[in-house]
Design a protein around this ligand. Structure first.
Ligand code: FMN
Length: 328
């Protein structure tokens, strides 16, 4: 019998498969199905900073009825159709009561501020940990990257001060030095990082000459970016490493673990195939381990990380130079 058990952010999981923050958590029946299909844990969709700020704006408007700035301020916020922070907290509580698997709440942040108090309220719902998703679109040419990173650290420090729960930070793949950012987070008492957040990019329709946005699921090829960074980070940090983006199959789960992932998060594949697909992935993992005589995931986790593989330069520039020069 194989042993999938994994400790993520100090929390024991029965296996490393985690349902990523997504609309899966918007339906209690789907959350229960995920648990039945064997999910190791689930991340509830985010409470967005904009939801909190919007709620405060409404309150301010009520307190100072007729304030002229209100309609103008509204244009800075997206249409919020998922309720405010109170509704979100109630939903997290309801989800907590519905299942017993480990659950993580998620805060989606753009800037430091008092809104981070919501971390404590999320913690009070009984979740096992928090995921902090930091995503700022930097458009000011006078603001250097280090300033944006400082915003991230400030958000993380204030959330760390609010809660004792384990915290994972979900990062963008676009930092100049991912390894340094992870190191800085480690200094701030964070427990893990999720690599990486996936951005939905606006598109342009030349026929109508308009800009539009639509939900496009990840392609399995996209997994190579987080796979590489997990392989590079394994052994360079004490933080847990959770792979996110592009993991679609049981085979991808094996790849992530070989690179050094503590857990593997999935959204697109479960939205496409249904959450019961988790059991197919677990079956693949079990067969793969049995064929090779592995009895626990710890026996092969990180086996193909940069630290442990035969050719460490594969993960750096060497493979890029070689592939380009080999092209005829
Ligand atoms: C419908 C949908 C909703 C999502 N909602 C959130 C969210 O609320 N918070 C968050 O951090 N990520 C959210 N994500 C991003 C996923 O958690 C994940 O990082 C991303 O989809 C890449 O993983 P995948 O390739 O397995 O889909 C969402 C993704 C999808 C498809």
């Amino acid at each position: 019998m194989v042993n999938f058990s994994t400790t993520y952010l100090g929390i024991p999981l029965k296996n490393p498969l985690v349902v990523a923050a997504s609309s899966i958590s918007s339906h209690i029946d789907r959350v229960k199905m995920a648990e039945d299909a064997g999910a190791g844990a689930l991340v509830i969709r985010s409470l967005f900073e904009e939801q909190i700020q919007f709620d405060h704006l409404l309150l301010d408007e009520r307190l100072s009825a007729g304030a002229e700035s209100f309609p103008e301020a509204l244009t800075h916020f997206p249409q919020i159709e998922h309720g405010g922070p109170k509704e979100h907290l109630m939903w997290v509580e309801k989800t907590r009561k519905a299942v017993s698997m480990p659950l993580f709440a998620s805060l989606n942040a753009v800037s430091p501020g008092a809104w981070t108090h919501y971390a404590r309220q999320l913690a009070d719902t009984g979740v096992d940990g928090l995921e902090v998703n930091f995503y700022a679109v930097a458009t000011d040419p006078l603001r250097p990257g280090i300033d944006i990173e400082r915003d991230l650290y400030q958000v993380v420090e204030s959330i760390r001060a609010e809660v004792k729960l384990p915290i994972a930070v979900k990062l963008s793949p676009f930092y100049t030095s991912t390894v340094n950012v992870v190191h800085e987070l480690e200094q701030r008492g964070i427990n893990g990082v999720v690599l990486f957040n996936r951005f939905l990019q606006p598109d342009i329709d030349p026929d109508t000459e308009t800009i539009f946005s639509q939900m496009v699921f990840s392609h399995p090829d996209e997994m190579k970016v987080p796979l590489r960074w997990i392989a590079l980070l394994y052994g360079r940090t004490t933080l847990d490493l959770s792979l996110s983006t592009g993991a679609h199959t049981g085979r991808d789960v094996v790849k992530a673990l070989l690179a050094g992932a503590t857990t593997v998060q999935m959204a697109a594949t479960l939205l496409k195939h249904g959450v019961h697909y988790l059991s197919t992935m677990l079956m693949y993992l079990q067969n793969w381990m049995q064929e090779r005589g592995y009895t626990s995931v710890d026996e092969f986790r990180g086996k193909l990380s940069q630290k442990n593989c035969d050719d460490p330069f594969t993960f750096e520039r060497a493979q890029y130079v070689k592939l380009l020069l080999d092209q005829k």
